[in-house]
Ligand binder design. Structure first.
Ligand SMILES: NC(=O)c1ccc[n+]([C@@H]2O[C@H](COP(=O)([O-])OP(=O)(O)OC[C@H]3O[C@@H](n4cnc5c(N)ncnc54)[C@H](O)[C@@H]3O)[C@@H](O)[C@H]2O)c1
Length: 335
């Protein structure tokens, strides 16, 4: 299939680009580089052994987007472009609704106009809100507790409504859990701007000495060691999930899948696995819980296993090993 990746210069998009090529698909990248780096494009060319087809535009710019769709004429769009930081979304909700919801609306409209009616959408476990039952299945009620999760749920809904209205559309909505790790080459990985929001990139920066210690928020959750449990998934497994999703596109359907490992790992598990990977001590300090933090979140991945024939292959040790390999080779990320 010929696939256009919006947000393809980002963390998950860059890994997905390589997985698509590995599986015999063709792929091009569309990105505005608001959070992606041009260095990624060079590295993808180096890793794939061929030049990368790139469209530099913002998806909210209907003209620029339309020109890219006309020029590349993809069979399918994997829509990864968007903003992703929960706490930032609380401070700047309009930016999130604009870049996630308005942008998706423009994308769907421009795709419709050109009769491109296949989409795979990057959604998130944040659409569920606080778990009422675990593991979180795709039938769990959705009740996002921040603008980020709400913006993703709105896009899911928009796509579902479109598929009902026009059964020529087909869609797969992928709810990612906690993507971590990096490509095994150490050439591409996660390169956050400033202080990372997520645990593993934060631990990675402590490991290289760029930050002093990890703050562990809460050790009184109902978990074996008291620290919060999350479902971490290797970004390369996640990337393969997108390839599997392409096979599952089916006219008139918008299928939802969780992509995770189905296992919860605690903050201290992650720190220990990282210490093993980098062979040094990771200092940490226990802090109070943050308001709204949930103790345990992990996915029910049975639907992805049954329908997509996909499952995560990497464990937390692999994730920390590959994260460390990336971090030690690129201590300042892509900068
Ligand atoms: N990383 C995670 O923890 C996580 C978890 C769940 C869901 N997601 C979702 O997965 C997607 C990819 O995440 P990521 O971690 O690769 O993020 P990322 O920030 O690394 O990549 C997103 C890319 O989209 C580009 N972009 C943003 N707005 C754009 C616009 N309006 N037009 C064109 N390009 C634009 C950015 O420049 C960036 O390269 C996002 O939609 C995110 O919400 C991420």
């Amino acid at each position: 299939m010929k696939v256009l990746l919006t947000g393809g210069a980002g963390y998950i998009g860059s890994h997905t680009f390589l997985s698509l090529l590995d599986s015999g698909h063709q792929a091009a990248i569309l990105d505005n580089f608001s959070n992606g780096s041009r260095v990624v494009i060079d590295r993808l060319a180096e890793l794939s052994g061929s030049p990368v087809r790139l469209y530099e535009t913002d998806i909210r710019d209907a003209e620029g987007l339309g020109a890219a769709l006309d020029d590349y004429a993809p069979d399918c769009v994997i829509h990864l472009a968007g903003l992703k930081a929960v706490s930032e979304s609380v401070s700047y909700p309009l930016a999130y609704y604009d870049n996630n919801v308005v942008a998706a609306h423009t994308l769907l409209q421009e795709m419709s106009r050109r009769n491109i009616k296949k989409i795979v959408f990057s959604s998130t476990a944040a659409v569920y809100g606080a778990p009422q039952a675990l593991p979180l299945s795709t039938n769990h009620p959705t009740n996002p507790v921040n603008p980020y999760g709400a913006s993703k749920l709105m896009v899911e809904r928009m796509i579902q409504d479109l598929v009902v209205a026009d059964p020529d559309w087909s869609a797969v909505l992928l709810r990612y859990f906690n993507p971590v790790g990096a490509h095994s080459s150490g050439r591409i990985g996660e390169s956050p701007n400033g202080i990372p929001n997520n645990l593993v990139p934060y631990v990675a920066m402590v490991a290289v000495g760029a930050l002093k210690q990890v703050h562990v928020f809460g050790n009184d959750f109902e978990t074996p060691d008291g620290t919060g449990l999350r479902d971490y998934i290797h970004v390369s497994d996640l990337a393969r999930g997108h390839v599997a999703a392409l096979e599952a596109l089916s006219a008139g359907r918008a299928e939802i899948f969780n992509l995770g490992t189905g296992k919860g790992r605690s903050v201290l598990d992650v720190i220990q696995a990282y210490e093993k990977a980098c062979n040094r001590k990771i200092p940490y300090e226990i802090k109070d819980r943050r308001p709204g933090d949930v103790g345990v979140v992990y996915a029910d991945v049975s639907k992805a296993a049954e329908v997509l024939k996909w499952k995560a292959l990497h464990d937390i040790e692999d994730m920390c090993r590959d994260s460390w390999n990336w971090q030690r080779l690129n201590p300042r990320g892509y900068q």
